[in-house]
Design a binder for this molecule. Structure first.
Ligand SMILES: Cc1cc2nc3c(=O)[nH]c(=O)nc-3n(C[C@H](O)[C@H](O)[C@H](O)COP(=O)(O)OP(=O)(O)OC[C@H]3O[C@@H](n4cnc5c(N)ncnc54)[C@H](O)[C@@H]3O)c2cc1C
Length: 492
């Protein structure tokens, strides 16, 4: 008889682990507290508008493709995707506008708009590509989880190539000389909700994720990724229990034995994979003692966000599909969010106008905007109030109106807004984090928690709080790597 695996949570990491374990012959059941699968990969349909409530940028689709290939299928038959041009449009307070484009000729012309020598961009991208190849070979693909595994795989000579003595911003500054280009490439750190000034230089590998492997969109909205994966799970016989909140994990003789759900029912399991983040799972589901919880403090949450959706009765033609409105004081922005833990006076704002390339997501002649400034995770000892968040929302709208979205407020016909408190409530994430664990060279050197519990050998974790961390492709890779760890442990 197949061994029973219970997966707690149906975020993309949980789904990827479920598919990978079902492909290995395990009997897999997911328990998801919400009414639909996907976790932060979420959608809102209202008044003819379709908003991606969570992720809106798809990268590294070949990592998703592997889930289908292993079942002899093609991802294109489940999730059709297409590349976007430009990748992003960047707006600055001085009126300059620069596009990011993977075509070297286009990129060179864009760099010259702000006085950057195109050769600097080329040398930065070469530096980024070398870092990507290094990080990808071991940390990503082999699923390395701790310092010993790292040392064994890389050895001292390769270890030194990680540019360990610089911050991410330090690596950017070494190659790029204008403030505009530095701000843009620093902001690749948004993919993991951290600070370019506090994360290690090897995080500069992220530019290659986009420049070598492109930036993708799923027609109709990114939630179609969840729907495509749902079909694959159905074909593989993965069982999914929705509205099934897990309230505790049972344990006996140093092993986990099953789960209890909110309706009081018990569900035995041979192996448990928690897609609930590591810290809340140990705290709430396993009631671990202070000593264990203290050892996890270095896995501080990533930032949270104010997630604002606006349905408009007009279009703003200057917008691309993806846009960034930069803080005039980006260093201060990072410092305020990640060190002072305050709402930034002048935030950098990410704005998605999917209606620019997908006519199905808004009524004709209208834009649907998702606006996402990064803000601090919840500080339970000094909580911000709803009024604080709403005052911040006004600052965001002021900035957008000032930077060209004239009379934006007057054209809003639908509005939806989530604060970090809503995000925590919705997804059970640690302190409202949106990418899992922060990447910080001083706190954790960008390492996240290990995938296999250090206390219960048949308990595993998947998702943004374990290596290699947050972002859709990384948690999908994590699900595949966790399945390999389960199989290896099970055989041993
Ligand atoms: C606003 C926003 C924008 C983003 N933008 C991007 C982007 O453009 N590109 C990108 O790649 N990434 C982006 N991300 C990050 C990306 O969405 C996440 O890294 C990824 O989807 C997280 O997957 P996960 O496996 O960690 O699980 P999660 O999505 O965190 O899911 C965890 C699941 O577990 C469930 N759960 C928790 N506790 C329990 C319990 N006790 N019982 C049962 N179920 C439980 C939750 O309900 C949830 O469904 C964004 C995230 C947000 C929020």
């Amino acid at each position: 008889m197949s061994k029973r695996v219970i997966i707690i949570g149906s975020g993309l990491g949980g789904i990827s682990a479920a598919i990978s374990l079902a492909q290995e012959g395990y009997d897999v059941t997911i328990h998801e507290k919400n009414a639909k699968i996907g976790g932060k990969l979420n959608v809102l349909n209202a008044q003819g508008y379709t908003f991606d409530l969570g992720p809106s940028i798809l990268t590294l689709p070949h990592l998703f493709e592997r889930l289908f290939e292993r079942s002899g299928k093609k991802m294109a038959d489940y999730i059709p995707i297409r590349a976007l041009r430009p990748h992003w449009r960047n707006f600055f307070e001085d009126g300059k506008v620069v596009d990011l484009d993977p075509d070297p000729k286009v990129m060179a012309a864009e760099a010259q708009k702000v006085g950057e020598d195109p050769k600097n961009v080329e040398s930065f991208l070469k530096y980024s590509a070398d870092l990507y190849d290094l990080v990808n070979a071991g940390y990503f693909e082999k699923g390395l989880d701790n310092a010993t595994a790292f040392r064994e795989f890389y050895g001292l000579s390769k270890f030194l190539k990680f540019d360990l003595f610089r911050s991410m911003h330090g690596g950017v500054k070494k190659h790029l000389k204008t403030r505009h280009m530095q701000d843009i490439f620093d902001y690749f750190i948004k993919y993991v909700g951290s600070s370019a000034y506090h994360s290690p230089a090897f995080m500069n590998c992220m530019a290659t994720i986009q420049f070598r492997y492109d930036l993708w969109y799923v027609d109709g909205g990114l939630y179609n990724i969840a729907l495509g994966l749902q079909r694959l799970m159905d074909e593989l016989g993965v069982k999914i229990c929705l509205n099934s909140s897990v309230t505790s994990i049972t344990k006996e003789n140093g092993k986990v034995t099953g789960i209890v759900t909110a309706d009081g029912s018990q569900h035995p399991a041979d192996i448990i994979v928690s897609n609930m983040e590591v810290i809340p799972a140990y705290e709430k589901l396993l009631q671990e003692d202070d000593e264990l919880m203290k050892s996890l403090e270095k896995y501080e949450p990533s930032c949270s966000g104010l997630v604002l959706e606006l349905g408009l009765d007009r279009k703003y033609p200057q917008l691309a599909h993806h846009n960034f409105f930069f803080s005039d004081h980006q260093k201060e922005h990072f410092h305020t969010v990640f060190r002072k833990r305050q709402l930034p006076p002048d935030p950098t704002i990410y704005l998605v106008a999917a209606s620019r390339t997908d006519p199905t997501v808004a009524p004709e002649g209208c834009d649907c905007l998702k606006i996402l400034p990064h803000i601090p995770h919840i500080d339970d000892e000094n909580p911000l109030t709803h009024e604080d968040y709403m005052a911040f929302k006004d600052r965001v709208l002021d900035k957008l109106e000032r930077m060209g979205l004239t009379d934006l407020r007057k054209h809003v016909v639908f509005e939806h807004c989530w604060t970090p408190l809503d995000i925590r409530e919705q997804y059970g994430s640690n302190k409202g984090s949106i990418y899992g664990v922060v990447s910080d060279r001083f706190k954790n050197l960008a390492f996240k928690a290990p995938k296999q519990s250090t206390k219960y050998p048949n308990l595993f974790f998947v998702g943004g709080s374990v290596n290699p961390g947050g972002g859709m492709p990384m948690v999908v890779l994590c699900g595949q790597n966790v399945a390999k760890s389960v199989v290896a442990w099970d055989k041993s």
